[in-house]
Design a protein around this ligand. Structure first.
Ligand SMILES: Cc1ncc(COP(=O)(O)O)c(C=O)c1O
Length: 397
């Protein structure tokens, strides 16, 4: 069903490393292809050993200028809204999966001819929207398996009163007979294979009859299989056994696992103020450029900081929000105005959430290609922003 995808990377400028020898202006994101490739090789290993297909969760990372690298390893994309579906279709070869917590009729009409799989969140959406789809559509339904693994309630898909998916009690054989697939998403940053396997076995047992009725199953994302030391081969065996038992094509929808630890947000110190503790104010803000630091109260880490550093600082945003700080850390030297700080692991759920709060300068986005045969990879400019971009989001000139 996926029509031919349009050309990838049409909007990218490629810049010689030499041309960028002057320091890049902060704030900026630097995505490192060599680190991306490390994660992607693990994805390949998992696929090869298990037969599972991997679709990138665009909600986590949609920076499509990197998709020529990622798409060589993964099978397609999955999405949470109609624009992500279109982006996946246009920029990422392979399958385009379309899921939404709530489709409007216009949404379904927009995605029905470009999505290879359309996944509904509720039986009522399925019943209302399925008649709008061509008979050839591959249709899925999200299930809430009532078991999950998530560090915070905010991110727990099986939390009390969850609106995400249909519970077993709401699922009938008749409903499943209208479906080609089922989607389960119940993990968040799960590094614990034993806990994951337990959930997998529970799903296999509890939903056995329904699983045997469909041809594909997506087990969602939230699985941190690129974490150092993760038992990838054991995971692969467990997934293979599940797929064989129920005779289904299995999918995973990794986001974070693909881009973890690949990207820095580089900022500059603008000022140092003191109120019992020293705060270095930088030219960025969590609320605008690294929102999850704030939402999940998870402090950022800084490449320049050391545990034994004798100079402690709060790294503070330059937004107006009183509690908007990146974190606290110790540095080997006193921070000076103009110093650069590298905020590590800043890709996932970050670039997709950038906003113009306070009219702050939007970070540029760069992609450092991997070195080949000792030759330093080029830095590509994926995007740079200016005042006109800010203005254009708020009205027409
Ligand atoms: C349905 C679904 N699939 C995949 C993902 C990707 O999860 P992660 O980035 O943790 O792998 C999410 C994240 O919320 C999700 O809701």
């Amino acid at each position: 069903m996926s029509a031919v995808n349009t050309t990838i990377n049409t909007a990218i400028n490629i810049t010689d490393a030499g041309a960028l020898s002057a320091p890049l202006k902060t704030p900026y994101f630097m995505i490192h292809e060599d680190k991306l490739l490390r994660n992607l090789e693990i994805c390949k290993q998992l696929k090869d050993l298990s037969g599972v297909k991997l679709v990138l969760a665009l909600k986590c990372f949609s920076t499509w200028g990197t998709f020529d690298t990622i798409s060589k390893y993964l099978d397609g994309t999955t999405s949470s809204g109609p624009y992500e579906v279109q982006l996946g279709h246009e920029t990422f070869p392979g399958e385009t999966h379309a899921y939404s917590v709530g489709y409007s009729e216009d949404d379904v009409i927009a995605v029905r001819d470009i999505a290879d799989k359309i996944i509904f969140n509720s039986v009522s959406q399925l019943e209302r929207m399925q008649p709008l789809l061509p008979a050839s559509s591959s249709v899925g339904l999200r299930i809430n398996p009532e078991v999950s693994y998530a560090g915070q309630d905010l991110a727990d898909p099986a939390r009390a009163y969850s609106r995400l998916g249909v519970k077993q009690a709401g699922l009938t054989v008749e409903t499943v007979s209208k479906l080609d697939g089922l989607m389960f998403h119940m993990n968040c940053e799960n590094k614990d294979f034993v806990a994951y396997n337990r959930i997998l076995n529970t799903i296999s047992e509890q939903f056995s009859a329904h699983l045997d009725q469909v041809s594909w199953v997506s087990l969602g994302g939230g699985l941190f299989f690129t974490y150092p030391g993760y038992p990838v081969a054991e995971l692969a065996l467990a997934l293979k056994a599940f797929a064989e038992k129920h005779n289904v094509q299995l999918y995973l929808e990794p986001g974070e696992a693909v881009i973890t630890d690949t990207t820095d947000l580089v900022v500059s110190v603008l000022d140092v103020v003191e109120n019992d503790k020293k705060t270095a104010i930088v030219d960025s803000a969590t609320e605008a450029h690294r929102l999850d630091t704030l939402i999940y109260n998870e402090p950022a880490s800084f490449a320049e900081a050391t545990e034994e550093g004798e100079h402690p600082y709060i790294i503070g945003s330059c937004s107006c929000l009183a509690g908007d700080i990146f974190g606290e850390a110790n540095f080997p030297q006193a921070l000076q105005i103009g110093d650069r700080l590298t905020i590590k692991d800043s890709a996932g759920y970050t670039m997709v959430k950038l906003n113009w709060f306070n009219g702050l300068k939007m970070p540029s986005i760069y992609f450092k290609r991997a070195d080949v045969n000792g030759v330093s990879g080029k830095i590509e400019i994926l995007n740079q922003f200016d005042y006109q971009d800010f203005k254009a989001t708020l009205g027409q000139a």
